[in-house]
Design a protein around this ligand. Structure first.
Ligand code: PNS
Length: 170
């Protein structure tokens, strides 16, 4: 009897930190694919608010309710990582038309590099359409909060990070 091939998807991103919008995409991907690897980019040229271990810890906690989702990190080209993982699909979330241009370019570039890998877009929920990690970081830096948009671990660490920072600079 022919065995069903397992389909593994990589959901890559900076996840600095993971938001409820990302969790929503991971949940929907987990319902479609056998395995989903939420893969956090470590780009040594870029400054992050949270280092890769913190981003991994926040994401693992936020996704612990999804048994077929694991959290990992990668450096270098995404398609090399996807091949290494024996995955077939790249998952990306779409919020608005404005995301599309960049995502379309990235999908075509990745296809050029690795024609066998498919990019799969999942549309976000309307409540998360304006949510991004960079907006969240700015709001916390300026003393605001977004309790219903972030997993508990992300909220806690953002508060610690920016409260600690404001004490240091007083
Ligand atoms: O959450 P982000 O920052 O929008 O995620 C972007 C990410 C990590 C998917 C993208 O920058 C990426 O894949 N980087 C790895 C380097 C790479 O493969 N670049 C070529 C893609 S066109």
């Amino acid at each position: 009897m022919k065995r069903k091939r397992l389909v593994c998807a990589v959901y890559p991103g900076s996840f600095d930190p993971i938001t409820n919008g990302h969790v929503y995409i991971a949940e929907r991907a987990a319902a479609i694919f056998d395995e989903v690897r939420v893969s956090i980019l470590l780009n040594l040229q870029k400054q992050y608010t949270f280092d890769v271990e913190e981003r991994r810890a926040i994401a693992s906690e936020a996704l612990s309710h999804l048994p077929n989702v694991t959290v990992d990190s990668f450096t270098g080209l995404l398609v090399d990582y996807v091949r290494q993982q024996d995955a077939q699909v790249i998952v990306r979330g779409l919020r608005a038309m404005s995301d599309f241009e960049y995502e379309f370019q990235m999908a075509l570039m990745n296809r050029q590099l690795a024609p066998e890998i498919e990019t799969f877009f999942i549309v976000t929920d309307a409540q998360y359409s304006y949510l991004s990690s960079s907006v969240v970081r700015d709001i916390f830096r300026l003393g605001g909060s977004m309790d219903n948009m972030l997993p508990q671990g992300a909220l806690r660490r953002l508060r610690e990070r920016f409260q600690a920072h404001s004490h240091k600079t007083e």
